[in-house]
Each structure stands twice: as C-alpha cells, then as structure tokens.
Design a binder for this molecule. Structure first.
Ligand code: FES
Ligand code: CO
Length: 339
C-alpha cells in the first residue's frame, strides 16, 4: 500500500512513524448536516489530503484529493449528478473513483489506472468518518446517543495546533481546572486533586470515582459537587460522564482527528439530561468558552508530539491517568505523533 501514498504520508509510513493502530482507526471529517448533495469539501487526515463530496443521490465519498491525471486537487472540482469532475481537464470520475469520461477525447476509454484512491466511509453520530487503513477498527461507543433522556449538541470542530494525544490528555486532565477554567470548572482556592481509580482493559483506559467541587459544573450558575468517570476508548477517542448528586448528567464523546503529528481537529458530542432542545446553543457556547481557555496551553506544548518515554517529562500522583494512557498507547504500538 506504500506505493499508493505520496508526500508526507509516504514519508511517515516509510519511516515507520505511521503505525497500524492509528492508520486503521476512524476519524471524523465532516458533519453530515453540512453535506448537502453537490457539496465538495477538503480535509487533511494523517498528512493525507482528502476530498469529501456528496453526490446528487446523497451518498458521500472520501477520496485522495489528487486527480490521477495531472495531480491537481479534486476538491476544486464540482459534482455533476453522481460524478466528480476535475476542474483542470474536465475528466469525470464515477462513485468508485474510476475515470469514465475524457472531454478531449469523447471516444477514449480510460484505463483502469485512471482511478482515484477512495477510502472507507462511515456515517455515525451525525458525523462522517474516514479510515485510511485497509483493516478498519470500530468507531468507539457513545452510550447516550440512543438515550432519549439526553439532549445532544455537537460542539466544534475545534482545529488546534497541537498533537491529537495532547488534546486527549487535556480532556482527561483534572489538575488544570483550577488554573485554566477558574470560576467554571475549578477554583484557585481549591487546586488539590484527590485519588482516583485507573484501570486499563480491552475497552481502553478508564478513570473512575473522581469527586470534586466545581463553581459552575453544568453552566447553570450554581456550584456543586460532581462525580466524573473518564474513558479513552481509542487512542484519539475519549469520553466522560459527569453527574451531580441530583442526577443531572453531562457526557462528552470526543474524537480528535489527527491532521498531522502536530495538528488536530476536535469534534465533541455533548449529551445532557437537564436541558431541553432549545438550550443546545447555550451548551455549545459553554463548550466553546472552555475550549478557548484550554487553547493557549494546548498550542504551547513543546514538543507537540506526546512523549511515550516517561522520563521526558516529570509526573505527580494526579498524573496517574495520563501515565496509564501513555503506557496503553505504547502497548498498542502507537508511534504516529509520539516521541
Ligand atoms: Fe484532472 Fe487533468 S488534472 S483532468
Ligand atoms: Co480544559
């Protein structure tokens, strides 16, 4: 498969940095709601430029963003019926990626090699996911997706100049609440982090029984004690469930799409059992605010890649979750975006 890649991704593969676990995972690249028939968009995943296009019949294709004729971007092209037309010489590609028409030679039958590399696509949780590998894993579970007690709200996408695992670790990190989310998720008077349980199993890494007080945990203006449980289901997909003693519950399902080893885009589904559908804009605005508070620290990590050599950074007891995450990545054989 190396011969079908080019540019930076070929380089990463050749150097052994693009491992099978990361290559075969699913990454969100678009919201289904934003893709109407005729839409053409570009995306970049694992250093690979992609074109996403939606035919007039509503089916979504994700291909390498490169016309095999003279290597221009197909994302500059247009959809005609259920084909994608290259902007340069007007060659027409059908939904399998095969060139079926050459305007300069109306009777010419394009050879089999006149075919664009296409990738597996899945629509799940209202998002379009792509897998760049030949042996796709499974998209991580989002338990509240089918639970009608929960209103769902999609926050993001949040492009961020940091490696994807840094974004996941930040999502799983408690000790920064007092400092970056003062007055919302933490309080400078109470920066302490208590003990919590960490387990690793075949579903990922889990942190449980985290009990903390937050000034405004649910965006209601009221402080209170909350209980968190976190999971990293996949290297770049994590989840938490936060509950109050009254039973109010907020969960977040977070997939981080690796653009490159040092750049990512986060997609966050929130599920809330204490608001109605008219309040989803408020919930998204709250998450936007929280993410912007995180951004400066996230983008200033140096290195942006995550060190799996545990001697590179120092660790304190409340980092046991992050240590378990790094050890799990190493066990899985993850190399892309790590040091
Ligand atoms: Fe696409 Fe020639 S480069 S048709
Ligand atoms: Co934060």
């Amino acid at each position: 498969m190396v011969e079908t890649k080019w540019g930076q991704q070929a380089e990463a593969l050749a150097q052994g940095r693009l491992d099978a676990v990361i290559l075969n995972d699913w990454y969100a690249i678009a919201s289904l709601a934003a893709l109407s028939p005729g839409t053409v968009q570009s995306a970049r995943v694992l250093d690979q430029d992609l074109v996403i296009w939606c035919g007039q019949d509503g089916t979504v294709q994700v291909w390498a963003d490169r016309c095999p004729h003279r290597s221009v971007r197909l994302s500059r092209g247009k959809v005609v019926a259920n084909t994608l037309v290259c902007p340069y010489h007007g060659m027409v590609y059908d939904t399998t990626g095969q060139c079926i028409q050459v305007p300069a030679h109306p009777d010419y039958v394009p050879p089999k090699q006149a075919c664009v590399r296409s990738y597996p696509v899945q629509v799940q949780y209202g998002l379009v996911f792509v897998c760049l590998g030949d042996d796709p894993s499974a998209i991580a579970p989002f338990p509240e997706w089918t639970d009608d007690q929960f209103v769902k709200a999609l926050a993001g996408p949040y492009p961020c100049q940091t490696g994807g695992y840094r974004a996941i670790e930040n999502f799983l990190d408690l000790a920064h609440f007092a400092h970056l989310h003062t007055g919302i998720l933490g309080d400078l008077e109470f920066p302490q982090v208590g003990d919590y349980a960490v387990t690793t199993d075949d579903r990922g890494v889990h942190f449980d029984d985290i009990h903390i007080w937050q000034p405004d945990p649910m965006n209601t203006g009221q402080g209170g004690f909350v209980t968190y449980a976190y999971s990293a289901f996949r290297p770049l997909t994590a989840y938490f469930r936060k509950t109050t003693p009254d039973g109010d519950c907020l969960t977040i399902w977070y997939v981080v799409t690796p653009v490159s080893e040092a750049e990512c885009i986060g997609w966050m589904w929130m599920a809330l059992n204490f608001i109605d559908a008219s309040q989803t804009d408020d919930a998204i605005a709250f998450q936007d605010k929280v993410f912007e508070q995180d951004r400066d620290s996230l983008e200033s990590h140096n290195p942006k890649r995550l060190p799996l050599d545990l001697t590179t950074e120092f660790h304190v007891p409340c980092d046991r979750g992050s240590l378990a995450y790094r050890q799990w990545l190493k066990q899985l054989g993850v190399t892309y975006g790590t040091l």
